[in-house]
Each structure stands twice: as C-alpha cells, then as structure tokens.
Design a binder for this molecule. Structure first.
Ligand code: GDP
Length: 726
C-alpha cells in the first residue's frame, strides 16, 4: 500500500520559505542601513562620518539583495528526464503525477521540451516561448492536439504546462518536471544543455530495460557531465514488466543492467561512489504504476497490469525511486539553489557590519575630538569672562588716574596762560574809538583775539602731549584686552584712525559778557580817585555819596552868612576850573580849612599848581590812554573770571580724555563680548554635534547588532538545511 507521508519535497519548500523570510528581513535591514549611511554621509555637521564609497557599497548590496530575493521567489526544484524516444519518459512523469498529464505512446510529438509545473488556478494551460498568450488545456488529448498544432516550433524550444496543484500533490511542492524530445532526435545537445539543464537539480535517464543504454544516451550525459560538476543522475530501467516473459533470466538480466549502469555512473561519468551507485538505479514499469494509480484514483478494481506477476515489487521499487528521488532532489536543490545565496547574504551582512564598525569608530573618534574641542572652548570662555571682570576694574582705575592727570596738566597750562594774559591783550591791535558802537566792536574783537590766542597756546602746550598720552594709554588698554580675543580678531585690532583733539571751551564772549569798561577822565588828585585810592573802590563810593547828601542839606536850610558867602565864592572859583570834578568839592573843604591857617597866597599857589596838574592830565587823556585803560581793566576782569573757571575748563578737558579712553575701552569690551558670543555659539554647535555623533554611534551599533542577528539566522539556516558552518 502506498503511504501518504509528508513529502520529502517539503524540506525544500520550508527551506525556501525560511531563506526568503531571512532575505526579506535582510533587504529591509540593508535599506535602513543605506538610508542611515546616506543621511550620515550627507550631514554636513558630521563632517562625513560616513564616506560616499560606503554609501555606494551599501546601495550595491541593496540592489544585489533585491535581485537575489526575486530569484529566490522563482526558485524551484527541477528534474529533467532524458532517454531515447519511446523509452517511457512521459509515462514515468505521468506515473509520478498520478495522472495522464503528458501525452504518451505516440512518440514525442514535438522537438520541444515540455515542463510541467503547478498553478494555483483551477484550470490547466500552457505557454510557449514565442507567445505571451496562455492556451487553455483541459485534457491530455487537448495538450497532444495543441502540441501537434505547434509542430512548427523551433527545435529545442520550451512549452510550459501549468497543471492545477489541487489535482496533483507533487506539483504543490515547487517541483518542475521536464520531459525532453529524446536524446536520439537531436544533434543540438550543447544548446539543450545550456538552455535546459544548467538549473536542473536531478537528471533521470529513462532507459529501456529491454535493451542496453545506447551511445546517444551516454553521449548526452557525458556532455552534461562536462558542463555541470557532478550532476545528480538517476537511471530508471523502464519496461521491467517485460522481464516476466523470461523469469529464469530475471536476476541475470537485472545484474547485467545494474553492472552496466554502475559502471556508467562510477567509471565513465564518475558522478557517484561505487557503494552509492546502486541507490541511483531502479528497475520499474511506469506503465503499470500509472495504470494502477489511475485505477485507484478512480476507485476502480485493480485489473490488467496491476495483477501482472511481480507488479508489487516493481511498484515498490517505483515508490522507492520516488522517495529516494524526492529526498535527494530536495536536499540537493536546497544546497544548489540556496547555498550560494546564503553565502552572498553572509558576505553582505559582513560588509554591512564592517561599514557600521567604521562609522561607529569614526563617530567615536570625532566625538572625542569634539568633546576635547568643547572643553577647550569652555575653558577659554571662563578665562575670558573672569579676565574681563578683573581687567575692567583695573582699566577703570587707570582711566580715572589718566583723567585726573590730564586735568591737572590743563589746569597748570591755564594758570600760565592767565599770567601771560596782559601780554596777549597788549599785543592786540585794532582801531579804538570811545563811541559806544565802535567800543562794543573793539571789545568783541579783543575777546575773540584773546580767546583764539589762548586756545592756540593751550593747544600748543597740552594737546600733543595729551594726545600722545591718550594714544599710548589706549594702546595699553588694547594690549591688555587683546589676549581675550581670538587670534584672527587680534590682528584686525587697531587704534582709532581719527586723531584725538582736545577742545578748550573758554567762550570769552559769555565769560566776559558783563565786562563794563570805565574810560571816563579821572583826575589823579580828584576826590574820587583819592578816596578810591585810600578806601578802596567800594568804600569810596559810599563816602562820596554821603558827602553829596550833606552839601545838598547845607545849601537848602542854612541862612547865608558872610562866612558862608566866602566859601561859596571859593567854591564857584574852583568850580570854574572843574565843574565836573567831584574832587573839587573835597578840595573846597580842604581849601577853607587851609585858608584860615596858611593864608591866601599859599592857597592861590596851591590852587594854581593843582589846576595846572589837572589841566595837564585832562589834556593827556587821549584815545590811546583810554585804550590802555580799557585793556588794563579787561586784563583784570578776565584774569578774575578765568581763575574762577580754570578748574571747570581743566575738568572738562579731563572728561574729554576720559570719554576718549572709555570709547576705546567700550569698543574693546564689545569685541570681547562678540568673541564670547562666538565661543558660546561654537560650544552650542559642538554640543549639538556631539549629540548627533552619539546618536549615529548608537544607531550604527544597533544596526550592527541587527546584522549579527541576521547572521545568526543565516547560520542556523545553513546548519539546518545546508549542513555547513560559516
Ligand atoms: P517517450 O517517448 O519516452 O515519452 O515514451 P512514452 O512515455 O510516450 O512511451 C512510449 C510507449 O511505451 C507507450 O506506448 C507506453 O505505453 C509504453 N510504455 C511506457 N512505459 C512502459 C512500461 O513500463 N512497460 C511497457 N510495457 N510499456 C511502456
């Protein structure tokens, strides 16, 4: 009884499913890796942690895997049947398929190869190489007819017959059976082999046990052996049912066939060891097996062939062939179809691992470098901040000291200028006229001249030395702060181009705005002058005003006596000489006293002399005398005012110096601030970069682990299905 055990062909089917799943994962994985490597390579802030060549390498891997995955999906086990026409190849295939799929008994109907493979559909159909059209075939007769109609096809073309898997268990397991036209009908063996045999896992030579293996058959297998390393060959001695006709020679004939077949496989082809060779040689009757199987499938009583003598043995031998063949083809196909791809997959994971390792190392190196760089920048930032705080106090003190020093310098220069003011005023020349308008013009010119000269002198004495001092102090500030700047900025550091010029804001016009000159004639022995001389200008004014009041009272209230008349006469006499002089009033009082004590002659003499002197002074009171008086009064006035504002001017100059120094210091501070900001930006950039590198490192490690996982899967696949170790 035939047993429906699990087919050995499942070995291939499961292996294919397993390796396809591994390749699917591998392809997804390599695509992930490709994206990761490309992104890492193109990322500018990572400075090419990954290389372009790695990117290309992994893309090539991805393309190869895609191609292999497609090839794997199409992979199937293929058995090719060869032998002379009418040896029973089609019958053997039909017996294996348990159904009349291929036409038999009519000779091979075409020169074409006929492959039979499963389809998931319900209907059988065929395709030919010259057309994409599928031709429906429901019965073997239709197929025979279709093939008959296609007799004109080229020799050596392929007709693919798709048979519903539901009808035939053997076809469910990715097996393709290929019938050939007959080794005796062609001379195009080489092209046949190239086209149909290179991917065959097993070759079955269907021989006729009624005769010996013919040379055409041997020649074909020699050719196959030349092209394929150690092809797997089975020999079916078909039509063994004929042996019952001469049972007495059965064992001898069998031995004879066996020896010849063994010799052919072992000695001629050298494809199998001597002890293993008998396992490849079977004595069967395909016709009987097919017939019995069809009967059983149709649940008909066993008749004819099934009842022939020795049928059960031949059936068992056919089943033995099938099982051995199935085990053999599935083992062999797994090895031939998947081994190379598994090795290739292994190489791909190895190269991906190498790339991930390289990226990991490169990102780790760059990370260390970036950490060191960031550390150095942070130290530098801390140093710059501390130094700036420390130096700022120092520089402020220096600026204060310089400001005071410069103010003192200007103050001393001012004192010298004030001393030399009379010389300056004397040197002024302009038309002088006592008329009010002309006098106002003269004074304004005088003030402008004195101011100009004084500013010029101050400039001469102070400016160049102050400027030099300011410049050198600014240079000192720059030198102090220069080390806090980055090297590139240090070179660009220069003192301001503009020359510092100090402004002396004397502003004589407003300073001497209230200067009022006194160029009226004043007799040197006049009362006003004398009082002025002896009492000082303030007290003299007071005394004179009291005296005037007294005289007014006397003249209005007292009765005029003789004495009084005399005094009045005397007063009138002296009033003739000087009606305007207040001094004469004083003189009148003194004259009255003297009149009584020294007598009139002496008085007349004195009065005469006094009058002469008055006359002299009055006549010499010219414009130039007035100008001199004005200049002297101006010198006195301006000296007083300049002394009062000297400290304001000098401290203003000190302020100007301070501003100039502070401006340079502020500019330097700005530069240092800018460099601090640049340092902070760079530190932030490096921190982000370190983070990115860490994530790249982590990702590359994860991908490497994934590659190792996939390698484990490949390893276990190899161990389970290929019996190999990587
Ligand atoms: P092919 O040309 O090699 O494909 O041979 P076929 O399968 O068409 O078979 C040719 C003829 O041989 C058919 O009439 C078959 O019935 C017959 N035949 C095939 N196998 C056997 C067998 O084992 N015993 C006998 N007696 N006849 C067979």
């Amino acid at each position: 009884m035939e047993q429906d055990n699990v087919s050995p062909l499942q070995h291939f089917v499961v292996a294919k499913r397993t390796i396809s799943a591994v390749f699917h994962q591998l392809l997804e994985f390599v695509r992930d890796c490709s994206d990761f490597v490309e992104e890492t390579w193109k990322s500018e802030d990572l400075e090419h942690v990954a290389q372009e060549k790695q990117c290309l390498q992994i893309q090539v891997c991805s393309r190869k895997l895609t191609a292999i995955k497609d090839v794997l999906a199409r992979r199937h086990m293929k058995v090719a049947f060869f032998g002379r026409t009418s040896n029973g190849k089609s019958t053997v295939i039909n017996a294996m398929l348990r159904e009349r799929v291929l036409p038999s008994g009519i000779g091979h109907t075409t020169n074409c190869f006929l492959s039979v493979e499963g389809t998931d559909g319900e209907h059988a159909y065929l395709t030919t190489e010259d057309s994409e059209e599928s031709k429906s075939i429901e019965t073997v007769n239709q197929l025979a007819h279709a093939l008959h109609m296609d007799r004109n096809q080229d020799s050596g073309c392929l007709v693919r017959v798709f048979w519903p898997k539901a009808k035939c268990a053997l076809l469910r397991d990715d097996l393709v059976l290929m019938d050939s036209p007959g080794t005796d009908v062609t001379s195009e063996l080489d092209s046949w082999i190239d086209k149909f045999c290179l991917d065959a896992d097993v070759f079955v030579l269907v021989a006729n046990s009624e005769s010996t293996i013919m040379n055409t058959e041997k020649h074909f297998f020699h050719k196959v052996n030349e092209r394929i390393s150690k092809p797997n060959i089975f020999i079916l001695n078909n039509r063994w049912d004929a042996s019952v006709l001469e049972p007495e020679y059965l064992e001898d004939v069998r031995k004879q066939h066996m020896d010849r077949c063994v010799s052919f496989l072992v000695e001629e082809l050298k494809v199998v060891d001597l002890n293993k060779a008998p396992e490849r040689i079977f004595f069967v009757s395909a016709k009987e097996v097919l017939s019995a199987r069809i009967h059983r499938a149709q649940e008909m009583p066993e008749t004819g062939d099934a009842l022939a003598e020795g049928f059960q043995e031949r059936l068992m031998e056919f089943q033995s062939f099938e099982r051995t063949f199935e085990e053999f083809i599935s083992q062999s196909a797994v090895k031939t179809k998947f081994e190379q791809h598994t090795i290739r997959a292994w190489q791909i994971t190895e190269s991906v691992k190498a790339i991930m390792d390289a990226i990991n190392i490169s990102s780790a190196e760059k990370k260390v470098f970036s950490l060191e760089e960031r550390e150095a920048l942070m130290d530098r930032l801390e140093f710059v901040q501390n130094q700036l705080n420390f130096l700022t106090e120092d520089i402020k003190d220096k600026i204060k000291a310089i400001t005071e020093e410069m103010a003192d310098k200007v103050s001393n220069a001012m004192a010298e200028e004030i001393c030399g003011l009379s010389v300056l005023v004397d040197e002024f020349c302009s038309d002088f006229s006592p008329a009010p308008n002309a006098l106002a013009l003269y004074k304004s010119k005088l003030m402008a001249y004195v101011e100009e000269r004084m500013v010029k002198n101050l400039d001469l004495h102070c400016s160049s030395s102050i400027n030099g001092y300011v410049l050198s102090s600014q240079g000192d500030i720059m030198d102090t702060l220069r080390p806090l700047l980055p090297p590139a900025a240090r070179c660009q550091l220069h003192l301001p181009n503009r020359k510092f010029s100090i402004t002396y804001d004397l502003n004589f016009a407003s300073l001497c705005e209230d200067f009022v000159e006194d160029i009226n004639f004043n007799f040197s022995l006049g009362l006003t002058f004398l009082v002025n001389r002896f009492l000082g200008p303030g007290k003299a004014k007071q005394a004179l005003s009291l005296l005037e009041q007294k005289l007014q009272v006397t003249s209005s209230s007292a009765p005029l006596g003789t004495q009084a008349q005399e005094e009045l006469a005397m007063s009138m006499a002296t009033g003739l000489v000087s009606l305007t002089s207040r001094a004469s009033v004083g003189m009148l009082v003194i004259a009255g006293v003297v009149w009584r004590s020294v007598g009139w002659r002496l008085i007349v003499l004195s009065v005469s002399l006094y009058s002469l002197l008055y006359l002299y002074e009055r006549l010499t009171w010219t414009n130039s005398a007035k100008e001199r008086a004005l200049k002297q009064q101006f010198v006195d006035f301006a000296t007083q005012r300049l002394q009062a504002i000297s400290h304001i001017i000098s401290s203003d100059c000190g302020q100007q110096v301070q501003q100039e120094m502070v401006a340079v210091f502020a500019r330097m501070c700005q530069q240092v601030d800018k460099s601090e900001m640049e340092l902070e930006t760079e530190i932030r950039r490096l921190s982000a970069r370190i983070q990115r590198l860490e994530s790249v490192q982590k990702h590359s490690k994860t991908l490497r682990h994934k590659a190792t996982d996939l390698e484990s899967q490949l390893e276990s696949f190899s161990a389970q299905y290929l019996q190999t170790q990587h």
